[in-house]
Design a protein around this ligand. Structure first.
Ligand code: S5P
Length: 271
């Protein structure tokens, strides 16, 4: 029997989630009535903070790149004040021992502040074992990149199936996928009970005003992603912060628009 995870509310799914972070994400989405994650790919601290302040009421996860360690306290304060979680889009892709060190140490100490991070499945289960050795004791969660939004992505077919099989064997730590569609039942064998499977699906490549960029990114609308292909969380970057991170009113208005389209599609999916 196929899983019906995406037909249940985020609140119901929180009740069944065993991983601490997955539970927290579902609860926060239900409480704040948002399934929007804002991807903040900027290089300068002041721009980063300005965007977070502008979009915080509309999000539950922010993705940070070019992170500066001195920001940790400020970000944790903002997260508590505005009730959102952090997803570091680090895309780990090395042997277990190396990713464990990258996750826990270095300048960024990602495991100390990011509730969720992600990894490419290309190294095999080793990458999960390494990250889990650091993240599981802290109650963190991991997403595997089972698919990508870019044209010509190699993460298709048996690669995607293997990613889901790997996740299935590590359900304590792997809470779901970066993907363009639902993954329950993908690559499953007769021994797998997929009827109760529930993966958190976070989907990038979302845009309302553009179909893509000049470097292969491809956009779909929040409605298509959430309603037609069952995404749980839409990840939006430039569609919200555009080209000028200083235009906070415009950024807040865009975040509001993506949030309401994403939530409306979710409500329609439930009905
Ligand atoms: O397949 C992917 C996976 C990711 S995590 N495609 C993506 O675009 N992403 C990330 O989502 C990407 O790294 C960026 O941070 C964000 C999309 O940004 P946008 O400006 O194109 O919305």
């Amino acid at each position: 029997m196929a899983s019906l995870a995406h037909t249940r509310s985020y609140g119901e799914r929180a009740l069944n989630a065993t991983n601490t972070t997955a539970k927290l994400i579902f609860e926060t989405m239900e409480r704040k009535k948002t399934n929007l994650a804002v991807s903040v790919d900027v290089t300068c601290t002041s721009d980063l903070l300005a965007i977070i302040e502008a979009v915080a009421p509309y999000t539950h996860v922010d993705i940070l790149e070019d992170f500066d360690h001195s920001l940790i306290e400020r970000l944790q304060h903002l997260g508590r004040e505005h009730d959102f979680l952090y997803f570091e889009d680090r895309k780990f892709a090395d042997i277990g021992n190396t990713v464990a060190l990258q996750y826990s140490s270095g300048v960024h100490k990602i495991s100390s502040w990011a509730h969720v991070t992600n990894a490419h499945p290309v190294p095999g289960p080793s990458v999960i074992k390494g990250l889990s050795s650091v993240g599981l004791p802290l109650g963190r969660g991991l997403l595997l990149l089972a698919e990508m939004s870019t044209a010509g992505s190699l993460a298709v077919g048996t690669y995607t199936e293997e990613a889901v099989r790997m996740a299935r064997k590590h359900r304590d730590f792997v809470i779901g996928f970066i993907a363009q569609r639902r993954m329950e039942g993908v690559g499953a064998g007769p021994e797998d009970d997929v009827s109760t499977e529930d993966f958190l699906i976070m989907t990038p490549g979302i845009g309302l005003e553009s179909k893509g960029d000049s470097m292969g990114q491809q956009y779909r609308t929040p409605r298509t992603a959430v309603l037609e292909t069952g995404s749980d969380i839409i990840i939006v970057g430039r569609g919200i912060y555009g080209t000028d991170p200083k235009e906070v009113d415009r950024i807040a208005a865009k975040a509001e628009r993506y949030m309401s389209e994403g939530w409306a599609a979710y409500l329609e999916r439930l009905s």
